[in-house]
Design a protein around this ligand. Sequence first.
Ligand SMILES: *[C@@H]1O[C@H](CO)[C@@H](O)[C@H](O)[C@H]1NC(C)=O
Length: 289
Amino acid sequence: MAKPRSSRLPPRKSSSSIMFLAMLVIFTFLILILLGLGIFYIPSGDSRNSPKPNDLSSIVHNVVDRSYVDEARGEQWVEAISWEPRAFVYHNFLSMEECEYLIDLAKPHMKKSKVVDSKTGKSEDSRVRTSSGTFLPRGRDKIIKSIEKRIADFTFIPVEHGEGLQVLHYEVGQKYEPHYDYFKDEVNTRNGGQRIATVLMYLSDVEEGGETVFPSAKGNISAVPWWNELSECGKGGLSVRPKMGDALLFWSMKPDATLDLSSLHGGCPVIRGNKWSSTKWMRVNEYKV
Ligand SMILES: *[C@@H]1O[C@H](CO)[C@@H](O)[C@H](O)[C@H]1NC(C)=O
């Protein structure tokens, strides 16, 4: 009775092992297909640090970082003040220590401001600009490097596209008549191309006057909350009141790379107090120093 059974068993055994092998092959193919489709993945060593495609958590993380309150600078936020010209105020961009550092560095080297002659490219004395100023070379030291990196982050323009930092001092009665920051000549655009944007940092508070005014700005200029604090000159356009540590970014070119005529701007005469500011001009291309 056992004999027929034992003779039947071997084929049965081999058929189950074939079944097992076939299952193994199908399973292997299934895993390969899932891997190929990306439904299934083998975690790599640093998968926690490198974001996966379509994973926005790294961007969200940066946004959270930006709201971080820096003790030395106070709360920071950006306000869009105008779209014609495109202008933004970054509140508490610099700390009080950074403002004082820039003033102290520049103070011994202040000279009467000049304007660039559009025909020759040379600097000339001018009555339209009565302040005094000096240039601090790009990347001069650690503090300046960190400010220049912050400007690059704010503007999305690389540090290498920036001119040196200019520090300006306006005393009572001193001003800068409305002008454009872009050039209308060939000479000044040879190095770096056109000026695309300006970041103007206020290094001091001004008791009265000294506003940055955009006389050609479109929109309701009297709708700004600080309208009643503006000088007569300041009421001549869209104005920003100087506040220590604040930075004003405005664009001299439109997104289509044409010159923005609404970027006309000036520095109103200081009526009471002292105005210290620092300007960073950004070029379309790398500016060689
Ligand atoms: C401009 O804004 C001011 C203040 O909000 C308002 O009183 C005035 O009516 C506005 N003017 C126009 C033309 O919209």
